[in-house]
Design a protein around this ligand. Structure first.
Ligand code: ADP
Ligand code: MG
Length: 148
């Protein structure tokens, strides 16, 4: 599925739509150049799960985590951990071992992963891959799952 997204607010709304359709744990890849809007979309997903604290970019921390306490845009849902991961600063996929990334993926949680290509081999394959292309104005977002 492809969608044209005109601005950052619409990008967050798309994130919320994805969260409502997905509702569950899994591996979501977020691809696109620097400034494409990956973090903005992830913020929309995370906020839809009822997280009210500020959603920072994990560019420096690599991983930011949240606990969704059972609401998704007002509807009740079992509690879910959310990991927002940004692998941009990774020099080598082997660094993932030092972080103990495998232990994270043992958990049935929702993983939003920016720059998944840098984790080559060290992270699970995607349940849903989202690619963002920067246009002269706005963005084109491609979702590669049949659910959308
Ligand atoms: P990334 O995580 O891909 O590096 P960000 O989510 O940090 O990108 O967004 C970079 C900038 O692009 C922000 O200023 C954000 O508000 C803006 N932005 C996000 N989505 C869109 C969009 N669909 N159209 C125009 N600007 C957008
Ligand atoms: Mg980002």
């Amino acid at each position: 599925m492809k969608r044209f997204i005109s601005d950052a607010d619409a990008m967050e709304r798309l994130g919320a739509d994805i969260a409502r359709a997905w509702r569950d744990g899994g591996i979501l890849y977020l691809r696109g150049e620097l400034g494409a809007g990956k973090t903005t979309l992830a913020r929309g997903v995370i906020r839809a799960f009822g997280i009210t604290e500020p959603i920072k970019s994990p560019t420096y921390t690599l991983i930011e985590s949240y606990t969704a306490l059972g609401v998704l845009s007002g509807k009740s849902l079992p509690p879910l951990r959310i990991y927002h991961i940004d692998l941009y600063r990774l020099q080598d996929p082997e660094e993932l071992e030092y972080i103990g990334i495998r232990d994270y993926f043992d958990e049935k949680a929702l993983f939003l992963i920016e720059w998944p290509e840098r984790g080559n081999g060290g992270i699970p394959t995607a349940d849903l891959a989202i690619s963002i292309t920067v246009l002269a104005a706005g963005r084109l977002v491609t979702l590669d799952n049949s659910a959308f």
